[in-house]
Design a binder for this molecule. Structure first.
Ligand code: ADP
Length: 308
């Protein structure tokens, strides 16, 4: 059996417009690379983190917490070393913590001969999310582990369903390099929702999921509307409305806040539209004194994967 694996753990978009806290999808070009190695002594150690200043302490790093949750559940004494090469900046809103958690548990599971399915690994990766944000949410770790689009029906358990990905669907991401704390993005949210808004929201979510099943790009575009969370949060992200408009005019199906921001995602039919959206939104940001990155990604239907 193998002693070491190298895993690519992809970035993800959660809070997909009307699917706040339940719908997410997986990206391909960006992610963490996590190397997991067996060691003789029991326990988990994080030996190295490249690319960002994050804690090596197993109890303070999401990868360590997720790995220990798996080993405890399995009652395994096998020890592991974890090395994390960060490709995603923490706090960018595209699932940085989820990628490290998913990569660690996927690598350990592979080295142990896959005692758990990908779906079963979600509950361990969620422990990492609990460390990062205070709640064990599954909306980023699910698409990271399963690929494609996922619905988290219920956070406890959890009950996660994979949704088909239309073959020609692409995402464009802009990550403005400003700090937006998840806690601050949460604090602007109202606790109660008017019934008329709730009805619009669940109508849109049901239609969006139908659009994904039917590969109906028009329907996907019409349904990518968030009447509850986005109006509260849009003001926290510079140029949000201008980016949305530019993306639409450039041929995008629809845009929204990725995670709790500051990244913004746009879905498009076809790579050409997705690239045109990238150019258009970069033009919106170019005159500002804010650094930014942009990415174009086919929806990654594979999820976390062994690369070596
Ligand atoms: P994101 O949505 O990009 O994952 P979060 O704000 O949810 O950002 O999570 C980042 C938090 O998790 C930061 O406080 C960071 O210090 C902590 N953290 C701990 N370990 C890691 C890791 N391996 N990768 C990313 N963030 C980590």
């Amino acid at each position: 059996m193998k002693e070491e694996v190298k895993v690519f753990a992809p970035a993800t978009v959660a809070n997909v417009s009307c699917g706040f806290d339940v719908l997410g999808f997986c990206l391909s070009p960006i992610g963490d690379t996590v190397i997991v190695r067996k060691k003789e002594q029991p326990g988990v150690v994080i030996t190295k983190i490249v690319g960002q200043d994050l804690p090596l302490d197993t109890k303070k790093n999401v990868a360590g917490v997720a790995a220990e949750a798996l080993l405890e559940d399995l009652q395994s004494n096998q020890g592991f070393e974890i090395e994390i090469h960060k490709g995603i900046k923490a706090g960018s809103g595209i699932g940085s913590s989820a990628a490290s958690s998913a990569g660690a548990v996927f690598g350990i599971n592979a080295l142990l001969g896959n005692p758990y399915t990908r779906n079963e690994l979600i509950k361990f990766a969620m422990k990492g999310e609990e460390l990062a944000s205070g709640t064990p949410h599954a909306d980023n770790v699910s698409p990271a582990l399963l690929g494609g689009f996922t619905i988290v029906r219920c956070g406890k358990g959890p009950d996660v369903i994979s949704i088909p990905t239309p073959p020609d669907l692409y995402a464009t991401i802009i990550h403005p390099k400003i700090e937006l704390k998840t806690a601050d993005a949460r604090s602007v949210l109202k606790k109660n929702i008017p019934l008329d808004k709730a009805i619009q929201q669940w109508g849109n979510l049901a239609a969006l999921v139908s659009g994904l099943f039917k590969a109906d790009y028009e329907l996907i575009g019409r349904s990518l509307v968030d009447v509850i969370i986005e109006p509260e949060r849009a003001g926290l992200i510079p140029q949000f409305d201008a980016v949305k408009l530019a993306a639409k005019n450039a041929g995008g199906l629809g845009s929204g806040i990725s995670g709790s921001g500051p990244s913004i995602y746009t879905l498009s039919k076809g790579k050409e539209n997705a690239e045109n959206v990238r150019t258009a939104i970069a033009e919106v940001f170019a005159p500002l004194q804010i650094e930014f990155d942009t990415y174009v990604s086919k929806i990654n239907t594979q999820g976390v994967a062994i690369i070596d």
